[in-house]
Design a protein. Structure first.
Ligand SMILES: [Zn+2]
Length: 170
């Protein structure tokens, strides 16, 4: 038995050193100081792990989780922009990134366009709009800022992947 095969048998040796299946590994350990030292180090590590106590879960964990679930259930459904933003933030599939970048560019264009239209038509729609023009403009600005951040994030995340040679485009 060589050193590599002996080290592969270390878990078995830790669980049951006297097992007949470990005879070859034991014979190697008796002749190889390096493997014997590695096994002693592993034994010390496992012994240390045995002394570790997992922390107790907070007694209020279940209640807090239930409250947060109820809050989320009672909350109004997120708008399409919020859903898209969440999907962008949590998405890890690289194959969707070009499509999402295109979608965000469309959001930027649409956001810029509606900003121009909303500022232009304020004198006529001021009585109809439920919120004040200033709040509306601030929200549009905020949405545009979020879209810009998302596109920046996409560009930053795509940049290192350029040299991997696995571009999604065919
Ligand atoms: Zn060895």
């Amino acid at each position: 038995m060589n050193c590599k095969a002996c080290q592969t048998a270390f878990p078995d040796l830790l669980l049951d050193p006297a097992a007949p299946a470990n005879a070859a590994a034991r014979a190697h350990l008796a002749a190889c100081a390096g493997c014997a030292q590695q096994l002693r180090a592993l034994e010390a590590t496992v012994a240390l792990l045995d002394t570790w106590q997992a922390p107790e879960v907070s007694p209020y964990f279940d209640q807090k989780l239930a409250v947060r679930l109820r809050e989320q259930q009672a909350a109004p459904a997120p708008g399409w922009f919020e859903r898209l933003r969440t999907r962008l933030l949590l998405n890890t599939g690289r194959q969707f990134r070009p499509a999402l970048a295109g979608a965000m560019a469309l959001v930027l264009i649409a956001g810029g366009g509606s900003f121009g239209i909303s500022t232009f038509s304020h004198p006529h729609t001021a009585q109809v709009a439920p919120m004040s023009a200033a709040v509306n403009d601030l929200q549009i600005l905020d949405n545009n800022e979020q879209a810009l951040q998302q596109v920046d994030q996409l560009l930053q995340e795509n940049a290192p992947a350029d040299d991997t040679g696995t571009t999604p485009q065919s």
